[in-house]
Design a protein around this ligand. Structure first.
Ligand code: HEM
Length: 404
């Protein structure tokens, strides 16, 4: 495979990285495990050990969304409210603000609460597969992988079915921001989407205040009554964060996961022969082709990673996908092994920002893949070339056509 690097052979650049970044990560990890990338203008960290240490390093902050130098540039000033909203997302907050928001949302995402969604998840998977079963072909991303998290998270947030498609554009705009270098045009579009998103949730929250239901929004409002308080903007933007966080990512787990199984027929057969392996299989699929390839931090004091000085104000990209293929941590990391035992992958991040929706994503992934394998024993890829989303962090397919 040929990469088209920019100035430096080891910079991120080139569409091939959307499809398969792992050979590039292997080179980077071996030669420059911590390296200053001129395409992104920030540090790139690729070993498992360094990524885990970075999650625990208090000098590396999540408060990276303030817009900083960007807002001083021509045309950007009007985008100040966008960055103020984004700074209220728990992804982008440090203690004490992060601790407070997380405490509130943890209550709504308790393990008990998540288990109550198992039957509903199975029902959505069944209904979606019923729609295509007789035609013997489907496009997995559209027919199931987007619909399942969309419907689950919409139910959890009390969004009525007729409103759900409006969310796609808003959600895509935010996902683009999370996975790419911001441009004025994209941020302007995102600000409009964000305002619409927040106005919409304002209505949803008001409705739940008047008529509580058995869902996350009511759980958040109940926790609020019990003393954990957020401002209205903090509550609304974090509903947006839950919606987006739980959407693209789970779509990509199901899409990348089924693709990996179909490309590794022996492993697929092992799982077919013993469906109780589904739990270890989902962990392995999360590791093998991670839905989120990197997250970022910003140095709030000068610090060091593997002897490299990271100056205050510099950004650091923590390459989860590269860490998940580190041979120092995983035996034969580039091999898919659905029964892998030692698998402390970083697909859900680590430390205090560890993904709050991990239990839900696991339930959705396990039920989706197991049900497909059970109902569609002849499932296979078609000859259509695969197209990947143009997003270096949110790693997933545009479409996955299948026959069965
Ligand atoms: C396979 C699916 C998923 C993957 C791979 C994933 C990945 C991640 C990662 C890597 C982080 C840490 C980010 C950081 O430290 O900077 C994270 C945090 C988060 N995720 Fe997920 N996620 C998934 C599903 C979900 C779901 C289903 C939800 C909600 C329903 C969700 C909501 C969140 C939220 C709100 C945070 C922020 C937590 C915090 O800052 O404390 N995610 N996720």
């Amino acid at each position: 495979m040929v990469y088209h690097y920019s100035k430096n052979e080891y910079d991120f650049y080139g569409a091939e990285l959307y499809a398969n970044p792992y050979p590039f990560y292997d080179k980077l990890r071996a030669k420059y495990p911590v390296h200053l990338d001129s395409y992104f203008g920030c540090w790139v960290v690729t070993t498992y050990e360094d990524v885990v240490a970075a999650f625990a390093n208090r000098d590396l902050s999540s408060e990276r969304a303030e817009g900083g130098a960007l807002l001083r540039q021509e045309g950007w000033k009007e985008l100040q409210p966008l960055f103020a909203h984004i700074a209220n997302l728990m992804f982008y907050a440090d203690a004490p603000k992060h601790t407070q928001i997380r405490a509130l949302i943890n209550k709504a995402f308790s393990a008990r609460m998540m288990e109550t969604w198992r039957d509903r998840v199975q029902q959505i998977v069944n209904e979606q597969l019923d729609l295509v079963q007789d035609q013997h072909h489907m496009e997995l991303i559209h027919d199931l992988a987007q619909e399942l998290p969309l419907q689950t998270i919409s139910d959890m947030l009390g969004i009525p079915p007729q409103d759900r498609t409006r969310f796609k554009q808003w959600s895509d705009d935010l996902a683009y921001f999370l996975g790419n270098a911001p441009t004025l045009e994209k941020c302007t579009q995102l600000m409009q989407s964000m305002n619409e998103f927040m106005d919409y949730f304002r209505g949803i929250v008001e409705e739940h205040r008047a008529h509580p239901r058995d869902n996350i929004v009511s759980a958040l409002l109940l926790a609020e009554e019990q003393g954990v308080t957020l401002t209205e903007d903090e509550l609304l933007i974090n509903c947006v964060g839950i919606f987006v966080g739980g959407h693209e990512t789970t779509t990509n787990l199901i899409g990348n996961g089924l693709l990996a199984l179909l490309q590794n027929p022996q492993q697929l057969q092992i799982l077919r022969n013993d469906s109780s392996l589904i739990k270890s299989a989902i962990e392995e699929l999360l590791r093998y082709d991670s839905p989120v390839q990197f997250t970022a931090r910003i140095a709030k004091a000068t610090t060091q990673i593997r002897g490299k000085k990271i100056y205050k104000g510099q950004k650091v990209m923590l390459m989860l996908g590269a860490a998940n293929h580190d041979p120092q941590q995983f035996q034969e990391p580039n091999r898919l092994d659905v029964s892998r035992h030692e698998n402390r992958h970083l697909a859900f991040g680590g430390n205090v920002h560890y993904c709050i929706g991990a239990a839900l994503a696991r339930i959705e992934g396990q039920i989706a893949i197991n049900t497909i394998l059970r109902r569609m024993p002849q499932i296979q890829l078609t000859s259509s070339p695969l197209e990947w989303q143009e997003n270096l962090s949110y790693h997933g397919l545009k479409a996955l056509p299948l026959t069965f």
